[in-house]
Design a binder for this molecule. Structure first.
Ligand SMILES: Nc1ncnc2c1ncn2[C@@H]1O[C@H](COP(=O)(O)OP(=O)(O)OP(=O)(O)O)[C@@H](O)[C@H]1O
Ligand SMILES: [Mg+2]
Length: 297
């Protein structure tokens, strides 16, 4: 940690400055409400990826997806973690139903058999359950095993404006499939101890996928999550993240609040659970920022 206490308070406007600075130290911008789309698709596909566990991948997938749907985008989310947290967080009971695993095993199968509508208009999901944990073993001997998800998503991309893939906390074959299928990657980073630990390996994995499998994949941004502006620690971690990634750190920072676990238990996005809460507003702003950056239509 290089930031001194003095440096880490640099996010408030300096003497004589009128602009309010956002948490990442850049002037605060609200981002315009995205214009309605006249037509839909083909989707831009974005993987939410970080092999560190519990950093906010699933929470960001759910709430960013709901925010984009609220702006009239057609959104498909992919639960690509055998824990099925995305499915549960969107209120889907995956017991005894076809899942993404079935599509990976049989790429001739119609993806519509697996897609489920959520309670949020415009937001669909391909759910997963623990069956997906067998996928890596099953797929390891397949021809073109890294491109299986890509082939599945190609069939449905025309129906959506954006597809968000919630990756599991590993850099194994499933995550490589997600990166191979994606146009962009979003990296959620928790503003906590060791936030940057392992990120070099993640970037190396993305670089390898770009070299060997998916030349056009881009880093769409780093999303700082669970930020608590009251703690020096949180501010210092964010400062280090900005030092490491510069303008790739999205200006929208997600604060730490118990509303997220509460919303997950209720099985709905925070934009439905507590629409006026600052955390819901933060995900709406994140959606607007990604549209403004061109990462989403
Ligand atoms: N901004 C936040 N404030 C407080 N709690 C949060 C926030 N974001 C996520 N959480 C909580 O932290 C836990 C981990 O979040 P989440 O499941 O989104 O992370 P993840 O990266 O998907 O985890 P995993 O690697 O296990 O898939 C969950 O209990 C979630 O409700
Ligand atoms: Mg998760």
């Amino acid at each position: 940690m290089t930031g001194s206490a003095a440096k880490s308070t640099a996010k408030s406007p300096k003497k004589g400055e009128t602009a309010t600075l956002g948490a990442t130290g850049r002037p605060y911008r609200g981002f315009a409400t995205p214009p309605a789309l006249d037509s839909h698709g083909p989707a831009r596909i974005i993987a939410l990826c970080n092999q560190k566990g519990g950093v906010g991948k699933t929470t960001t997938t759910i709430n960013l997806a709901a925010a984009l749907a609220e702006y009239g985008r057609r959104v498909l989310t992919i639960d690509f973690d055998p824990q099925g947290a995305l499915s549960a967080g969107l209120g889907i009971d995956t017991h005894d139903m076809p899942t993404i695993y079935d599509l990976l095993l049989d790429t001739k199968r119609d993806p519509q058999d697996v897609i489920v509508q959520t309670s949020v208009p415009g937001l669909d999901i391909m759910p997963a359950n623990i069956d997906l944990s067998a996928a890596e073993v099953h797929l390891v001997n397949e021809v073109a095993r890294e491109t299986i998800l890509s082939r599945v998503l190609r069939k449905v991309a025309g129906d959506y404006d954006v597809i968000l893939i919630d990756c599991q906390p590993s850099l194994g074959l499933l995550t490589v499939n997600a990166l191979t299928a994606s146009h962009g990657v979003l990296i959620p980073l928790e503003c906590e101890f060791f936030a940057l630990r392992g990120v070099a390996l993640l970037i190396e994995t993305i670089d390898k996928v770009r070299d060997r499998l998916n030349p056009s994949i881009t880093l769409d941004g780093v999303v700082a999550t669970m930020y608590d502006p009251r703690t020096l620690h949180s501010r210092e971690v964010l400062e280090r993240v900005v030092d490491a990634f510069g303008d790739d750190v999205l200006e929208t920072v997600i604060g730490r609040t118990v509303k997220f676990p509460d919303a997950s238990v209720a099985g709905v996005p925070i934009t439905e659970f507590a629409p006026e809460h600052p955390a819901a507003q933060a995900y709406l702003r994140l959606a607007r920022e990604l549209v403004a950056r061109g990462a989403v239509a």
